[in-house]
Design a protein around this ligand. Structure first.
Ligand code: GLP
Length: 254
């Protein structure tokens, strides 16, 4: 893992945007994540597009996950989230922004179909992920298969509680079921870029970098990936035992 500890969330966003921009410049397929953490990075990429430094017109994008049962127009559907916060502000072709269909008649068939669509697009060159406070990536909750494909997942009560803030602080409005790229799907991306900021993520960050490889912390699957980059701020890094070593590596890259 390449680990970068940055002073502020904005520094995390700028560095993550630099990583993504390389793939965008080459018109490659990118994987997008929702959540509040990537918003600064999306703002940074939008600014680069507006400054005519970057064009997304040759890119294809795949989202990580989607709530089951929310129509696309719903404010909290991830389909809508990514368009409102990112893709409607850049020049990517909307038809090339894919997300799992949370209203599919057969939601269990949707997962394999989504994985097939990713494969047909040549795979994801760079997949962005955030991390949940319990170590989930996408919506892969603790104890899921480390090799899972895109599929239906049941949210952990902690995730429902964390995400209630987007649903008028009402947990009963948060869908219990979701479609998520699996850990196997995420692992097939050529490069996985994980970003995390804030003290609430410190335990998950410690577990994913320094804990054992374990389905109990789904993000620890990145320990098996041969091109994983983790960019975090000081607050999220505060529990790391070897943070000095990670800084040393970052300062002495060859
Ligand atoms: C949701 C998403 C994840 C995201 C996580 C953390 O559960 N499915 O992809 O990483 O939230 O979100 P935030 O960045 O808002 O803390």
């Amino acid at each position: 893992m390449d680990i970068f500890i940055k002073a502020t969330p904005q520094d995390v966003a700028t560095h993550a945007a630099d990583v993504m921009a390389e793939y965008v410049r080459n018109g490659q397929t990118i994987g997008l994540a929702t959540g509040s953490t990537p918003l600064l990075m999306y703002r940074e990429l939008i600014a680069r597009f507006q400054a005519k430094e970057l064009s997304f017109k040759d890119c294809t994008a795949f989202l990580l996950d989607e709530y089951i049962g929310l129509p696309r127009e719903h404010e909290q559907s991830y389909y809508r989230f990514i368009r409102d916060n990112f893709t409607s502000h850049i020049d990517i072709d909307d038809a090339k922004v894919h997300s799992p269909n949370g209203l599919a008649e057969d939601v269990h068939a949707e997962g394999p179909a989504y994985d097939a669509a990713i494969e047909a697009a040549g795979g994801i060159a760079c997949q962005l992920v955030g991390v949940g406070a319990n170590g989930h990536i996408g919506f892969n909750e603790p104890a899921c298969s480390l090799n899972s494909g895109t599929r239906v997942e049941t949210l952990h009560p902690k995730t429902i509680a964390d995400n209630a803030r987007f649903f008028d602080d009402d947990e009963s409005q948060v869908p219990v079921h979701v479609l998520t790229q699996g850990l196997g799907t995420i692992s097939r991306a050529g490069h996985v870029l994980l970003i995390a900021t804030g003290a609430a993520k410190a335990r998950a960050v410690k577990a994913l970098i320094e804990g054992p490889l374990s389905a109990f912390c789904p993000a620890s699957v990145l320990q098996l990936h041969n091109h994983a980059t983790v960019i975090i701020d000081e607050e999220a890094a505060q529990l790391l035992e070897y943070s000095d070593y990670y800084r040393f590596c970052a300062d002495n890259r060859v």
